[in-house]
Design a protein around this ligand. Structure first.
Ligand code: SAH
Ligand code: SF4
Ligand code: F3S
Length: 442
């Protein structure tokens, strides 16, 4: 038997890219590749890229530069670029970085083995089509390797919302939902391989409207209820949601569905109606606040997280204050915040831009408020008993690390625990980025 070739994958961007990288590794497994964690001994290097902000895209080119000496030493080494930068800048990557052999967009990565074969023959290997066949179907024959306790599962992909700042509708294409039966099949397979927590993924995951096994259209809530029935699956999460797709049945599920975790990522971007309009968000600050109230009525202890953009074109100090007010009103448990980054091809990139220093100042103020809220939410866990799903050993001897229902990292010193154990933990300490506690025996 020929020795297996080695594939090194580096993943940038969102959780969907993490999921996609796993699928690409599996597809290449069929072509005789095994994964390696070091680029030095790889026969193929694949960067799975993100185009969301300028810095993310630039990282790809600088990383490629770092691989140049490897390629010069071993001309046999194949270098590929996948993901959203591949989709947005396919030809440009081939031109700008002469060492790239292969470019594959997020919708055609099931064709990766063919592309690799073309590249080995020295032929052009670029595929950024939105093909008619279903990539998920093409990837069905999976190896049955054991998995860790948590997994991502893409159920919806793409976006039709066209926020004025965002590249996703261009890089991921139009919104599609996978049939519910396929999702359930994949979930059962994951559970059979040791997974106890599944995070359903989609760019607008709550817009899910997949074909149901009964021929009808299933909502995300309906899908979650079906997943709730799977024995051996303990936890269900989903991300990312759009405020306009937060349907009544999904809100209710947060109250009633036992395995659905009390954590919701619900980006709002800005608290100013004027800016929300310019962003083409099609919701107001008020409607978002009312929605949060309804979600909290269904599940009072739910932890809400969000995404924010500061320095969007035309944002005044008053608009920024409105965002600060909204943050005060919501009280976030976790948040991601960014300076607006103009993206080629998006409407807002053409507008007059806010000064970089003003953006930086606003981001600092916003992050200090969000950090305070985040800390308070974490500190409030001290003295409480929470369920923790343990994932791996910690840095100290005998230490295990896992996540609480609220997605806080929790570590304990309990040598008898194993990855995949779900235990009640009493929280005793709140550290910089994690909680510490001890396992309750009763
Ligand atoms: N589909 C999700 C998230 C998309 S990208 C949603 O609709 O919420 C993740 C986050 O990146 C966004 O929520 C937004 O806060 C941020 N983002 C997207 N485009 C950006 C840009 N051009 N500049 C700065 N931040 C951006
Ligand atoms: Fe981007 Fe807006 Fe779609 Fe989210 S909803 S992916 S921010 S266009
Ligand atoms: Fe980035 Fe593409 Fe995800 S642009 S955030 S990798 S959808």
């Amino acid at each position: 038997m020929a020795e297996a070739k080695k594939l090194y994958i580096k993943t940038y961007g969102c959780q969907m890219n993490v999921y996609d990288s796993e699928r690409m590794a599996e597809a290449m497994g069929g072509a005789g590749y095994v994964e390696t964690s070091s680029p030095e001994d790889a026969d193929m290097i694949l960067l799975n890229t993100c185009h969301i902000r300028e810095k993310a895209a630039e990282k790809v080119y600088s990383e490629l530069g770092r691989f140049r000496p490897l390629k010069e030493a071993r001309p046999d080494l194949k270098i590929g670029v996948a993901g959203c930068v591949a989709q947005a800048e396919g030809e440009e990557i081939m031109r700008r970085a002469g060492l790239v052999d292969l470019v594959v967009g997020p919708q055609s990565y099931h064709r990766l083995p063919e592309l690799e074969a073309l590249a080995r023959e020295g032929r052009r290997a670029l595929d950024t089509d939105f093909p008619v066949e279903d990539k998920f179907d093409a990837l069905r024959d999976r190896p049955k390797a054991k998995r860790g306790p948590t997994a991502f599962l893409t159920v919806q992909e793409g976006c039709d919302k066209f926020c004025a700042f965002c590249v996703v509708p261009y890089t991921r294409g139009a919104e599609i939902s996978r049939p519910a039966a396929r999702v359930l099949e994949e979930a059962r397979d994951l559970v059979g391989r040791g997974v106890r927590e599944i995070t359903l993924l989609g760019q607008n995951v709550n817009a899910y409207h997949g074909e149901g096994p009964d021929g009808g259209i299933w909502s995300l809530a309906r899908l979650i209820w079906a997943l709730n029935e799977i024995d051996g699956l303990d936890r269900i999460r989903f991300t990312t949601s759009h405020p306009n797709d937060m349907s009544d049945d999904l809100i209710a599920a947060h109250g009633d569905c036992e395995k659905l975790m009390p954590y919701l990522h619900l980006p709002v971007q800005s608290g100013s109606d004027r800016i929300l309009k310019r962003m083409n968000r099609s919701h107001s600050a008020e409607s978002y606040l009312r929605l949060i109230e309804r979600i909290r009525a269904a599940r009072p202890d739910i932890l809400i997280s969000g995404d924010f953009i500061v320095g969007f074109p035309e944002e005044t100090e008053a608009d920024f204050q409105a965002t600060m007010d909204l943050i005060e009103a919501v009280n976030y448990g976790y948040a991601f915040s960014f300076k607006y980054s103009p993206r080629p091809g998006t409407p807002a990139a053409e507008r007059e831009q806010i000064d970089e220093a003003v953006k930086s100042d606003r981001l600092t103020r916003l992050q200090s408020l969000l950090t305070r809220q985040q800390r308070a939410a974490q500190d409030a866990m001290v003295g409480r008993r929470v369920k923790v799903l343990f994932e791996k050993p910690g840095r100290l001897p005998g230490q295990m690390v896992g996540k609480s229902d609220y997605l806080h990292a929790v570590h304990v010193r309990e040598s008898t625990l194993r990855a995949g154990d779900l235990a009640d933990v009493e929280i005793t300490e709140s550290g910089a980025n994690s909680l510490a506690g001890r396992v309750c025996l009763h």
